[in-house]
Design a binder for this molecule. Sequence first.
Ligand SMILES: Nc1ncnc2c1ncn2[C@@H]1O[C@H](COP(=O)(O)OS(=O)(=O)O)[C@@H](OP(=O)(O)O)[C@H]1O
Ligand SMILES: [Mg+2]
Ligand SMILES: [Mg+2]
Ligand SMILES: [Mg+2]
Length: 310
Amino acid sequence: MAEGEFLFSKELDVAVRVVHLACALCQRVQNSLLSTNASQVNSKDDDSLVTVADYSVQAVVSQILSESFGSQNLSIVAEEDAQTLSKSDLLQAVVNTVNESFSEAPRFGLKVSNIPLSPNQVLEAIGRCNSSGGPKGRHWVLDPVDGTLGFVRGNQYAVALALIEEGRVILGVLGCPNYPVKKGLVNHHHQLASEMSSASPDMWEKGCVMKKPLRVYSMVKYAAIARGDAEIYMRFATAGYKEKIWDHAAGVLIVQEAGGVVTDAGGRPLDFSRGVYLEGLDRGIIACSGAVLHEKIIGAVDTSWECSLL
Ligand SMILES: Nc1ncnc2c1ncn2[C@@H]1O[C@H](COP(=O)(O)OS(=O)(=O)O)[C@@H](OP(=O)(O)O)[C@H]1O
Ligand SMILES: [Mg+2]
Ligand SMILES: [Mg+2]
Ligand SMILES: [Mg+2]
């Protein structure tokens, strides 16, 4: 999905294809993770999880973007770090997974030369994504696996790729391999609503049933709003945690293009122009399916915030 589709049609085409390829890779790794005891998961310094899929997707996307747009002026901001992988027991599995993925790239309309990549070349591809973004020029933003915890548990996760130009997100692709195609099935909570819609208007125009909260890992939360499976996503991180741009760029654009509104709790747009972090965020993030609802939620958050500080 892109604003100015004509200007960025090549970028959009490559982004969609590479996210498809990455999703196929993730599905294979998730299946093998759930069916074998082989260790494919590590903990990082911050105690969060990282898997063969996180590293492999970052290498694949980096390599394909380099081949498509040249590595010279390519800037990629992404989550994973090559140095950590170089010291990990996951390296060989990552190299195998990356090369396996490249061998099926033509099926996704993508070309990769000089394969298979050696371990050093894989590390180089991952390490190339060490840009810190900023207000000038073009930056690709990648979260290779968002919601790694959900991924490891066989649950929801997303591959998120966005393009920022002059500080604005202009393109976002969100691959959600476990998201049900059939509307509503993401948490089965729509069953009641669909039963109600076949009843007479008298039955359903009055009163309301408060829906159960939708509990999903990762940026799939933004996808659920864009798809009409949820209306509100509020995210207030624990004190001291700074939100990173790759956790939001693609999802925010997709919600906006579906007619939703995403701001911080002060009603200001998220600022993707200040490096790796969403600097200046007022309290937290509020994503809504529409403008009227958004305005009411901002008001309600303000009111309850003031009360809670009394
Ligand atoms: N303390 C804290 N507070 C808020 N957010 C944090 C925190 N720590 C990590 N992260 C980032 O959140 C990403 C996953 O978000 P979710 O809310 O979907 O969490 S989870 O998937 O249920 O674990 C997760 O993204 P991935 O690492 O890509 O899974 C993290 O970047
Ligand atoms: Mg992570
Ligand atoms: Mg993430
Ligand atoms: Mg991630």
